[in-house]
Each structure stands twice: as structure tokens, then as C-alpha cells.
Design a protein around this ligand. Structure first.
Ligand SMILES: C[S@@+](CC[C@H](N)C(=O)[O-])C[C@H]1O[C@@H](n2cnc3c(N)ncnc32)[C@H](O)[C@@H]1O
Length: 365
């Protein structure tokens, strides 16, 4: 019943094959099945210019109660972000629109991994699992279903997880960048996925995970490289992706000190090694943006990756725009329109790289 990972693909990331010999389709004419089925995604997302200013906090009245203050979300242009109770400046909203994108992300990762929830070779009879930065809790809930005898705890800055979950799944508010208060040697498996932009010290994060993992237990980290590449030159130097999207994340790293260059810096790998894990494995995937890949599974993954991006492009970029360019800098909507066009274009064979790193805490530790 447990997920038995098949032999992982090699760490190398071979060139993705395209579905057809490329005819230079003008981006504007590029068709897209999912978009045809979801015409509303063509629309610019509503943007409330009268709403509170960027990085401002319109929740002026705070209470002394931790429980309620944690619910006092910051609002930026109509989008809500985690409470200011946390020091974190995490960049995506915690509202319904962003949560949809998180669930779509879970879906494309499930397709990519042939329905496996993880790659680490964990044992059947796990008792305790921790999902750090659980988001909508969708991974934790799936784990709870697949391992009914295990207790799954998901943690996040925001209490946005559903109330109706399997009885063996629970959620807690916790900032994973603080010293972890979980008991040492307490989890059989610690899972972390898509924490790019949330962590300034990966060594510290993985040292915490090492301490709280049981001897013989496993920790797995999966991170996406938000920087887009193409292997065949279809991503041009003058594209908005190259001129705006990729530099935006470097700007965020510089301004906020939280890393978006997790793969480039090999932060996961170094953190696992530094902490003392053994049997460390790295598995990389190229995740296409859009359905251009020849391989049908990758084409489907690409369609859903595109959908996740387009569903909430403003959620991914609003705070970064304000931080890097300044909220009063004109051109935000035009830039997003160009990005949408390029992401949807089948003439651009863009992909992001996804890296899984997992390791075991030695029995003797
Ligand atoms: C991109 S979402 C990924 C959600 C989930 N791991 C998944 O893969 O479906 C990142 C999540 O990390 C959470 N997060 C960011 N910084 C955090 C921190 N310092 N401590 C705990 N959670 C954090 C965010 O609130 C968000 O829900």
C-alpha cells in the first residue's frame, strides 16, 4: 500500500522533446486546450486600485489573542497575506485564488510522480509524519488517507487548511524558520515542498529537520526553480520572461534575503550534507510550461503547470513587483499581459526545474 518509489530518474535533466517541429506560431494565436475550457483565465484578474497600498496593513486593530491575531491577515490590493504576527514576508497570498493554484500544483506533481506522494524510501509502518509549510494541506490529507495508522501534522503560517480532514491529520500554526519545538527524534518522515521564497537559512531548516527526525527516518525536500529556461533557444533574450520574470526573483532574494535561487545555490543538497543525513539522493525533473512536450505525461504536467501559473499570476507577482519595482511603478498590468501571452505560446518551450533531495538520519544518531 505504501508508495514504493520506482528507480528515480537520474539527477541529470535531459533535453525535453517538443511535440512537433515548431512552426513559429505567433504567441497571440497560440491555442491552449485548458484555456479554451477555461476562458475566464484569459481575463486580467480584477485589481482593486482603491484598496490599501502595497505592503500596508489595513488590520490596524489587533487583539492580544494569538488565535485571533493570527487570523488578521494583511491585505494588499484586495489579496490577503499571512498575519503580521509572523516576521516572515512570504510572497504569495493565502486566499482562495492562490489556494486553487496550490491544489493544481499538487495535481501536476501527482501526475509527474505517477501518483506517488514522495520519492524517499520510507518504511510501511510509519507512525508520525510532518509536512512543513503545508499550504492547503492537500499533501498531508492524501498522506493521511494512504497511511491511516500514521499521524500526519501539517504546519503553516496561515490557518487556511480545511476542517474536515481524515482523523489522523491535524494542522498547526508554526513558523518553520524559528527554532523547531517538536520533540527530538519524533518523526519518521518530514516532508517539505515549495518553500522557495520562504527560507533564508536552509542549513538551519535542515538542521531542525535532522534533530526532529527519528534515527533511521527520512526527510525530503522538493523545490522548484522559478527561473524559466529553454533548451532550444525558443525563449528569447528580449522576452518578458527573460527581461522581467527571471530577474524579479533575483530581486526578491536580494531585497528580502529569502532565497529563490535554491537550485542554483544547491541549498537543499548543502543543508542535507551539513546536517549529517546519509544516503542522500537528488532527483531532477524538467517541468514544461504548457503542453508543448512530446511525451504525453509531460505535456499534461505542462498544461497544469501553466494553469497553476495563469490562475493566479497576480498572486505570484504582486508583492514581488511592489518589493522590487515599487508599488507606484507603472506597467504592472501590461507586464502581466505579456507574461501570460508568452507562457501560453507554444512557440516558446519554457520549463522550470524541480529538484527532490532526500536523506536518512543514521540509526546511530
Ligand atoms: C507554495 S506553498 C506550498 C504548499 C505545500 N507545501 C504544497 O506543496 O502543496 C508554500 C507554503 O509555505 C508556507 N510558508 C511560507 N513561509 C513559511 C514559514 N516560515 N513557516 C511555515 N510555513 C511557511 C506558506 O504559507 C504557503 O502555504
Amino acid at each position: 500500500m505504501a508508495d514504493q518509489p520506482s528507480a528515480p530518474s537520474p539527477a541529470a535533466t535531459p533535453q525535453l522533446e517538443t511535440a512537433q517541429t515548431e512552426t513559429e506560431t505567433p504567441p497571440a494565436e497560440a491555442s491552449h486546450d485548458l484555456l479554451e475550457a477555461n476562458p475566464e483565465l484569459e481575463e486580467e484578474e480584477e485589481f482593486d486600485e482603491d484598496a490599501d497600498s502595497a505592503l500596508g496593513n489595513d488590520n490596524a486593530s489587533s487583539t492580544n489573542s494569538l488565535t485571533s491575531s493570527i487570523m488578521e491577515y494583511r491585505t494588499i490590493k484586495g489579496r490577503t497575506y499571512h498575519s503580521e504576527k509572523h516576521e516572515s514576508k512570504y510572497f504569495t497570498p493565502n486566499d482562495e485564488q492562490q489556494m486553487q493554484s496550490q491544489d493544481i500544483t499538487h495535481h501536476y506533481l501527482s501526475i509527474l510522480l505517477d501518483d506517488k506522494l514522495f520519492l524517499a524510501p520510507i518504511k510501511e509502518d510509519i507512525e508520525k509524519v510532518l509536512d512543513v509549510g503545508t499550504g492547503t494541506g492537500i499533501w498531508a490529507i492524501d498522506m493521511g488517507d494512504r497511511y491511516p495508522n500514521a499521524e500526519i501534522t501539517g504546519t503553516d503560517l496561515s490557518p487556511t487548511q480545511p476542517l474536515w480532514v481524515p482523523p489522523n491529520v491535524k494542522f498547526e500554526i508554526d513558523d518553520c524558520t524559528k527554532q523547531w519545538t517538536w520533540a527530538p527524534n519524533s518523526f519518521d518522515f518530514i516532508h517539505m515542498r515549495y518553500l522557495f521564497g520562504a527560507i533564508s537559512d536552509w542549513n538551519e531548516l535542515l538542521a531542525n529537520a535532522y534533530r526532529c527526525c527519528k534515527p533511521g527516518g527520512w526527510v525530503q525536500s522538493a523545490e522548484m526553480d522559478v527561473f524559466l529556461n529553454s533548451d532550444d533557444g525558443t525563449l528569447k533574450e528580449d522576452s518578458t520572461i527573460i527581461k522581467f520574470w527571471n530577474p524579479l526573483w533575483r530581486g526578491m532574494t536580494k531585497k528580502l534575503g529569502v532565497s529563490f535561487q535554491v537550485l542554483e545555490d544547491r541549498s537543499q543538497n548543502k543543508g542535507f550534507e551539513e546536517a549529517g543525513f546519509v544516503d542522500i539522493e537528488e532527483v531532477n525533473y524538467k517541468v514544461p510550461i504548457g503542453g508543448w512536450a512530446r511525451d504525453p505525461k509531460l505535456a499534461e504536467v505542462g498544461e497544469y503547470t501553466l494553469l497553476a501559473l495563469l490562475n493566479d499570476l497576480s498572486g505570484y507577482t504582486l508583492l514581488p513587483w511592489n518589493v522590487v519595482h515599487g508599488e507606484d511603478t507603472p506597467g504592472y498590468h501590461e507586464t502581466l499581459a505579456h507574461l501570460r501571452k508568452e507562457f501560453k505560446s507554444k512557440a516558446i518551450h519554457g520549463y522550470m526545474t524541480l529538484r527532490f533531495v532526500y536523506g536518512r538520519k543514521p540509526e546511530s544518531a
